[in-house]
Design a binder for this molecule. Structure first.
Ligand code: GDP
Length: 195
């Protein structure tokens, strides 16, 4: 996708009604600090349109970025904030579930995992839950520049094993620093959303 224009079109809080979009959507999930904002900014060629964190507990929203009036990148709230109460986590669980179920345009869900670490229990729960909801999450292994090239295949295998992904699951390594992996991710998104 050649980015021509971008608009943060809709921001949904916990009580908002989700938009009934007519353009295709792809969504991104991951625990806080995994590099989700950096990935979305990288895909959009923007430095800071999607928030980059540093403040845990930042406002949780579902953000819909309209790309070229052709599709949406959907930024789901990060999970795993230690400071968020159980009841708040439940509410967000319901909100995300509601989105996954009601979006008529959702073509794929990407789950982000830090390439340096084995997936956490939270990551595994999120992966299993998405599969249970009927999705086949695609994995993006973030912060690729933080490990040696010789470690990449080993760490990707550890993610595959740690999440016990379904056979054939795609895993895209990505670095927001070098933008390595960006073109591959866009080619894949294009194949999903362009007719
Ligand atoms: P989010 O909470 O998932 O949105 O994570 P952010 O995008 O805010 O990133 C969390 C931290 O990791 C920030 O300090 C980023 O600069 C850093 N970060 C994110 N992606 C990368 C990456 O690919 N490489 C490196 N070296 N740092 C990254």
């Amino acid at each position: 996708m050649v980015i021509k224009n971008i608009e943060l079109e809709t921001v949904c809080g916990i009580t908002s009604t989700l938009p009934d979009n007519t353009l295709p959507e792809v969504a991104f999930a991951g625990k806080s600090n995994v590099g989700k904002s950096s990935l979305i900014n990288g895909l959009m060629n923007r430095k800071s349109l999607a928030r980059t964190s540093a403040q845990p507990g930042k406002t949780q929203t579902i953000n819909f970025y309209n790309i070229n009036q052709a599709m949406y990148l959907v930024d789901l709230p990060g999970y795993g904030y230690a400071k968020v109460s159980e009841s708040e986590k439940k509410k967000w669980g319901v909100m995300i579930e509601n989105y996954l179920h009601t979006s008529k345009q959702l073509r794929a869900v990407f789950l982000l995992i830090d390439i340096r670490h084995d997936p956490s229990a939270n990551d595994k729960t999120m992966y299993d839950w998405m599969v249970y909801q009927g999705f086949e999450p695609i994995i993006i292994a973030t912060k690729l520049d933080k490990i040696k090239r010789s470690q990449v295949q080993k760490n990707i295998k550890a993610i595959r094993t740690g999440l016990d992904v379904r056979p054939g699951t795609k895993i895209f390594p990505f670095s927001a620093e070098t933008k390595q992996g960006r073109d591959e991710i866009w080619d894949y998104i294009d194949s999903l959303v362009l007719e």
